[in-house]
Design a protein around this ligand. Structure first.
Ligand code: PMV
Length: 366
């Protein structure tokens, strides 16, 4: 599919008012997206576990404007309160998506959002937030054009979410989502994420992700700036090639259930992501001393126990500890005893692999 396939045909139905709610999960990448071209086109393919507990719930109320204008007319509420400082981000999102959602300028939108995870926990809500908003918009469009197929609905939601925040395109479906053109994956696309349909060994069923909140402060360098620094990066070409190769290897690992190979690949991806940050110009470090302490303790515990936990990182200091369902008691006890002391106030989130976004409600007035 190409961009113009997401421009809808003329709308067939009239809807004056509607209220639509979706809940979208966050996701954690196993092969990382770091570096992008114009319009949020990734420089390399990535794959993620869709999460379950960390999610954003968004309600959009649509009301047809009496006097249509070419402005975007909306209000944004976060956890019940107006949040003006988030509006420019939404306006930019509407600007990028209006060609694909021509109804946008004809309606007033009241957008209300809340997160299941604590505010300013250092967990990015842009992936789950943009995915939930994109789903509400596509769902509304489905009322105007009821013929949209389920497959097109999911693709369009992912396509739009990508225009809001790249990794958000992996927060529509579950439980593994791949994004970015990859020679070994039919149907893969730079434009949207696809549900991973390759074989997945039962070792990965109900996989756990305990997120350790090491540093809840504002990041010194945003993802947008970090992606940009990959442009003139001395190692970018090797890194992008490596991501393609790692994705192919991970597909075999997912099928075979080889947990040792999984650990090696996932940890190497996390450290490579941070190595790219440390070797860009300007260079920067997002890990904190406690991030390294946790990593070292994970390695030491793995050597002395017969467990298969590993870590991954996103663009921050927090650590995601991944482990299989059948080791959960032993690993969680270790996390409580040895890792929580390195988290801010012992804070952590027990999450696990999830099944994608869920529609909560729709009310319509035609
Ligand atoms: O979606 P963005 O622009 O916030 O970038 C996310 C990048 C990483 O989280 C570091 C990696 C990934 O693939 O999610």
């Amino acid at each position: 599919m190409i961009e113009k396939d997401f421009i809808p045909l003329a709308y067939q139905q009239e809807v004056n008012e509607a209220k639509i709610t979706w809940k979208s999960p966050s996701n954690i990448a196993l092969v990382k997206y770091w570096g992008k071209k114009a319009n949020q086109i990734p420089a390399n393919p990535s794959i993620s576990f869709t999460l379950s507990a960390c999610a954003t719930t968004t309600t959009v109320e649509f009301e047809k404007k009496q006097n249509p204008s070419t402005d975007f007319d909306f209000d944004f509420f976060f956890e019940g309160r107006p949040k003006e400082d988030f509006k420019p981000k939404i306006t930019a999102f509407f600007e990028r998506t209006k060609a694909y959602l021509p109804f946008l300028e004809s309606y007033y939108l009241k957008i209300s959002s809340s997160n299941s995870f604590p505010h300013s926990s250092g967990i990015a809500s842009s992936a789950s937030g943009m995915a939930a908003l994109a789903l509400c918009l596509v769902d509304f469009e489905r009322r105007l054009n009821p013929e949209i197929s389920e497959a097109h609905f999911n693709r369009k939601a992912s396509f739009l979410a990508r225009l809001g925040s790249g990794s958000a395109c992996r927060s529509i479906e579950g439980s593994l989502v791949q994004w970015g053109a990859h020679s070994g994956t039919k149907e893969s696309s730079d434009l949207y994420g696809i549900r991973y349909t390759g074989e997945v060994h039962p070792n990965f069923n109900r996989f756990h992700d305990t997120i350790l909140l090491v540093d809840k402060g504002q990041k010194q360098v945003s993802s947008t700036v970090g992606h940009g620094l990959m442009h003139d990066h001395p190692f970018s070409e090797q890194r992008f090639a490596q991501a393609h190769h790692n994705l192919s290897s991970l597909q075999s690992i997912l099928a075979s259930g080889d947990l040792k190979a999984f650990i090696q690949l996932v940890e190497s991806e996390a450290l490579t992501l941070h190595a790219m940050m440390m070797t860009s110009l300007p260079y920067f470090v997002l890990m904190k001393p406690n991030t390294l302490e946790i990593i070292n303790r994970i390695w030491a515990f793995r050597q002395t126990s017969d467990t298969h936990l590993c870590f991954t990182l996103d663009a921050g200091a927090n650590v995601h500890v991944l482990y299989p369902e059948n080791e959960k008691k032993q690993v969680y006890r270790f996390i409580q005893d040895e890792l929580l002391p390195f988290c801010e106030h012992g804070q952590h989130i027990c999450d696990r692999i999830g099944f994608g976004a869920k529609k909560i409600t729709t009310t319509l007035h035609t």
